[in-house]
Design a protein. Structure first.
Length: 199
């Protein structure tokens, strides 16, 4: 087993911590943009994902406890996605999540395995799978938004008001929730609501 202090795995953990921390902030910024563009449901998805990225960052950071009070020097490339457009932010987020899944965390897992850190390798692999799910989520939303179907499915659908829980059946949600009077942007198709339970 490689000495953890001098391992590439320790550097990769710090790179992953930095990447997850930045992703959390990018998604928080994107959530603010979605809110400004009157898409509170998309805002919630960005915030929901940002919270998961924070957890990933903490998992990677906690592996570094044996190096407490040390400074780890790393190099790395991190995306800059500043376009003031929610669709562009969704597409960039999907791309970045797939890159973490397809390239970054798989290679980090291989290095950890070679250096003898099986548990860390397993965490990289499991979190890579989560990142793929994030990519699919962002890609799905980007597809709906890009096709103008975020709030219009052209077929009967269940729509959940994410503010009060009202459920509406129809091709598109009402302009305002009849219960809490929040606007259409608060509605999510049932397939987008992580808390929706089918009877």
């Amino acid at each position: 087993m490689t000495d953890f202090k001098t391992s590439e795995t320790a550097k990769n953990l710090m790179r992953a911590f930095a990447g997850e921390s930045q992703a959390r902030n990018r998604y928080t910024f994107a959530a603010g943009l979605a809110k400004k563009q009157k898409m509170p449901m998309v805002e919630m998805v960005f915030k929901y994902t940002a919270n998961q990225e924070k957890e990933h960052a903490e998992i990677f950071y906690n592996y570094l406890k044996p190096l407490d009070k040390e400074t780890i020097f790393i190099d790395g490339g991190y995306p800059v996605d500043l376009e003031e457009n929610t669709l562009a932010q969704l597409n960039a987020a999907a791309h970045n999540e797939y890159e973490e899944h397809d390239v970054v965390y798989k290679s980090f897992a291989e290095v950890a395995e070679k250096e003898g850190f099986a548990q860390i390798a397993a965490s990289f692999r499991m979190i890579a799978d989560i990142e793929k799910t994030h990519g699919e989520r962002f890609q799905y939303l980007a597809g709906l938004l890009g096709e103008g179907r975020l709030y219009d499915r052209q077929e009967k659908n269940s729509w959940v008001c994410t503010n009060c829980g009202y459920i509406y059946e129809g091709e598109e949600p009402p302009q305002f929730c009849p219960v809490c009077h929040h606007d259409q942007g608060y509605f999510a198709g049932q397939e987008l609501s992580p808390w929706f339970l089918k009877a």
